[in-house]
Ligand binder design. Structure first.
Ligand code: ADE
Length: 217
């Protein structure tokens, strides 16, 4: 699952350039019984299974020991702080991040207490597991690292800069099904284009994501 995402596009390019490296660890390798169990029934009853503290903590310790830098430990969970571009930037400043992807029924609460991990959610909905969420974090963080994006793909990062959405973009043809590209973009006046774009960013944010403007104030 991870190899598909980390082995293509921008996450792959970042690794190829030596800007980042990814290390995958299978928690099951820290299981101690013949069935390689990582979870068990919840004390007190109820549906689902709970990931066991000793197995998870061993996996964290084992993975941690593979590098001298102490990792920022993050447990993917819908109960965590919801990821936004500000947090992406914060994470990009860490030299080493460890993301723990569990099944959502849960991880034994003591893992959080013992490790002091940060819980992180990618949105208010429940996924079947933390793997997809972890990949979302990786992709969002890696693309902000210096040297990862080239001049051709930098524009997309205007979105959420200053808590504003990106301005509208157009390419050829100049007219399509009766719709024309705004004249200003063909004017060659870069100062006016920049002004127009900034205005558009504000207007679109007001219209599509007014919550971003409220957050700002
Ligand atoms: N695991 C299950 N749902 C999740 C979510 N929304 N964010 C992060 N991890 C999760």
């Amino acid at each position: 699952m991870f190899e598909q995402v980390l082995g293509t596009s921008i996450p792959k390019r970042a690794a190829d350039k030596g800007i980042v490296s990814y290390h995958l660890h299978d928690i099951r390798e820290c299981a101690t019984d013949a069935h390689r169990s990582v979870d068990d029934k919840p004390f007190g009853g109820g549906p689902g299974m709970v990931m066991m503290a000793p197995v998870i903590c061993d996996a964290i310790d084992k993975a941690s020991a593979q590098d001298v830098r102490k990792p920022k430990l993050i447990i993917m969970s819908p109960q965590g702080r919801v990821l936004d571009q500000k947090m992406v930037k914060e994470l990009a400043g860490e030299s080493r991040i460890m993301l723990l992807a569990g099944r959502y029924e849960g991880i034994d609460e003591r893992v959080l207490e013992l490790t002091g991990a940060t819980e992180l959610s990618i949105g208010d909905y429940v996924l079947s597991g933390g793997e997809l969420a972890a990949m979302v974090v990786i992709d969002a963080v890696v693309r902000t690292l210096p040297g990862v994006l080239g001049a051709h793909d930098g524009a997309a990062d205007e979105t959420f800069k200053d808590d504003l959405l990106e301005h509208p973009q157009y390419t050829r043809p100049r007219e399509y099904k009766g719709l024309e590209v705004p004249d200003i973009l063909l004017s060659g006046n870069h100062k006016n284009i920049a002004l127009w774009r900034q205005q558009q960013r504000l207007e679109r944010t007001k219209k599509k994501r007014p919550d971003l403007l409220i957050k700002k104030n």
